[in-house]
Design a protein around this ligand. Structure first.
Ligand code: DX5
Ligand code: ZN
Length: 219
C-alpha cells in the first residue's frame, strides 16, 4: 500500500466563534487541507457546539474540504441537513445510538460524499471491520471526545497501527485520521503508526504563527 501524503485538518473548535469566517480563511491561507468541524449535542459528549445551519454558512467562505465530525446521538436524523449544508466528509461515531449504521453510512455515500467512522479511546478497532466496504475514513480519537486542548493518549497508538493493518489486509483505500492532542511531537508518532490525516485544534489556533504550526505537522 502506497504511503499517503499527510493532510492537516485544523479543528475550528479552537477558533474564535465570533470570527469563524476569518479563522477558516486564516488556516486556508496557511496551507490547511481540510477544515475539521466538531459537532456536539451535549448528550453523546458533555459539550454543545454548532449544527448544520452554521456549516451551511461557513461552506461559502472557503474551498477547503469540510470534514464534519458528528459527536451526536441519532446521527441519522441529521445527515440530510449536513449533506445539504455542503459537507464533504461526514463521520459518525460507532458508539452513538445510530439506529442503523450500515444504512446511514450507505446514505452518506449515495449522496456522493465521503463517509467516516470514528471510535473513542476505549473502543477496539475490531468493531470497524464489518463496515470497511462502506467507509472512506477511520477516525481514531486520541482523547475522550468533547473538548479541545486535552492530553494525547499514547495508549491509543496501537489502534492506529491496527487500523492500518486492517485496511492493508483488505486492500482498501481508507484514510486514517487522528483527533485529539496532536502537536508536532505526537504527529510524528501517529504518522509513523499509519495515520495520514491529522486533526489539530489548540496546537494550530493557539500558535503565534499558524502557517509554521501547520507546516510543522507535515514533515
Ligand atoms: C474533541 C474534538 C477535537 C478537538 C481537538 O472532542 O473532536 O477535534 O477539537 O482539539 P485538540 O487538537 O486541541 O486536542
Ligand atoms: Zn473532532
Amino acid at each position: 500500500m502506497k504511503k499517503k501524503d499527510i493532510l492537516v485538518a485544523p479543528s475550528i473548535l479552537s477558533a474564535d466563534f465570533a470570527n469563524l469566517e476569518r479563522d477558516i480563511k486564516k488556516i486556508e491561507h496557511a496551507g490547511a487541507d481540510w477544515v475539521h468541524v466538531d459537532v456536539m449535542d451535549g448528550k453523546f459528549v458533555p459539550n454543545l457546539t454548532i449544527g448544520a445551519p452554521v456549516v451551511k454558512s461557513l461552506r461559502k467562505v472557503s474551498k477547503l474540504v469540510y470534514d464534519v465530525h458528528l459527536m451526536i446521538h441519532n446521527p441519522e436524523d441529521f445527515i440530510d441537513a449536513f449533506i445539504k449544508a455542503g459537507s464533504d466528509i461526514i463521520t459518525l461515531h460507532y458508539e452513538s445510538d445510530c439506529k442503523n449504521l450500515n444504512d446511514t453510512l450507505e446514505y452518506i455515500k449515495k449522496a456522493g460524499i465521503k463517509a467516516g467512522l470514528s471510535i473513542k479511546p476505549k473502543t477496539p478497532v475490531s468493531v470497524i471491520a464489518e463496515y470497511l466496504d462502506l467507509i472512506d475514513l477511520i477516525l481514531i480519537m486520541t482523547v475522550e471526545p468533547g473538548f479541545g486542548g486535552q492530553k494525547f493518549m499514547t495508549s491509543c497508538v496501537p489502534k492506529i497501527t491496527e487500523s492500518f493493518e486492517l485496511i492493508k489486509q483488505h486492500n482498501k483505500n481508507i484514510d486514517i485520521e487522528v483527533d485529539g492532542g496532536i502537536n508536532t511531537e505526537t504527529a510524528k508518532i501517529v504518522v509513523n503508526a499509519g495515520a495520514n490525516v491529522l486533526v489539530a485544534g489548540s496546537y494550530v489556533y493557539n500558535a503565534t504563527n499558524i502557517k509554521e504550526a501547520i507546516d510543522s505537522l507535515k514533515f
